[in-house]
Design a protein around this ligand. Structure first.
Ligand SMILES: [Fe+2]
Length: 243
């Protein structure tokens, strides 16, 4: 195990910021949240030392969702760039971090067997992508802006447009999962899942900013979403739900 793969010390979680694992307004959270206190088990060397990713593990189009499932043409919808940096709480760049995303298509439909929403699938859009952060921690995706979709919770609940993110760092136990929302979406304030994040500043860090400077003329608009791992300004991650 090389010294660069050894984990830095963890900072304690701020349970005043992270939402409850079970929230009556988010009905399925009641069934999925733990009912007993979790056990703390020391990580093994395998968990601390792996995985290690290299660009050779990825396909050149993995980061481009407008092309990586295109069969008969380009997918339908608003073409966008999502980009940002992966940094730690001291704003140090985190290179070689695997960033995986998945999302609904422009109509709000996932390419998933259990998604029965009436919006059609797009034959040219798969909805999955991945990339590695560069030496300066930067990452870049091309995709289609996802549509909002209804979900069975309260009557007439709709998820705001969002992109799911999973970030894998230097160790398996650093796999973090979260969601990215879009600046200006009126559905954000009405969403029962978003509402579990009570801290406004924490919620603000889940919202990508419109970034006209990164847009490409006659091609696509851009949104910026920085990923801050651990510490006071870290994003709320689904894997860090308090028990
Ligand atoms: Fe979703």
């Amino acid at each position: 195990m090389g010294s660069s793969r050894v984990l830095d010390a963890y900072y304690p979680r701020n349970f005043a910021v992270h939402p409850r694992a079970n929230d009556p307004a988010y009905k399925t959270s009641l069934l999925r949240s733990p009912r007993h206190a979790l056990l703390s088990i020391d990580p093994t060397p395998t968990e601390l030392s792996g995985p290690g990713f290299s660009p050779a593990d990825l396909d050149p189009l993995d980061h481009d969702l407008t092309q990586n499932h295109a069969h008969t043409g380009l997918p339908i919808g608003e073409r966008i760039i999502i980009h940002g940096r992966v940094i730690d709480e001291q704003a140090r760049p985190l290179p070689n971090v695997l960033i995986e995303i998945w999302q609904a298509n422009a109509g709000g439909r996932y390419r998933h067997d259990k998604d029965r929403y009436l919006a059609p699938l797009d034959p040219n859009f798969g909805g999955c992508g991945r990339t590695l952060s560069g030496q300066d921690g930067s990452y870049f995706f091309r995709t289609i802006r996802p549509g909002p979709y209804p979900w069975r919770n309260r009557m007439n609940d709709w998820r705001p447009a969002h992109v799911h993110f999973a970030i894998s760092g230097k160790a398996w136990c650093q796999r973090l999962v979260t969601q990215m929302y879009f600046e200006g979406d009126p559905l954000i304030q009405r969403d029962a899942i978003v509402a579990t994040v009570a801290d406004h500043q924490a919620l603000d860090r889940l919202i990508a900013r419109f970034d006209p400077h990164a847009s490409l003329p006659f091609d696509c608009l851009a949104y910026r979403f920085d990923l801050v791992l651990r510490g006071r300004r870290a994003q709320f991650f689904e894997t860090l739900l308090p028990e």
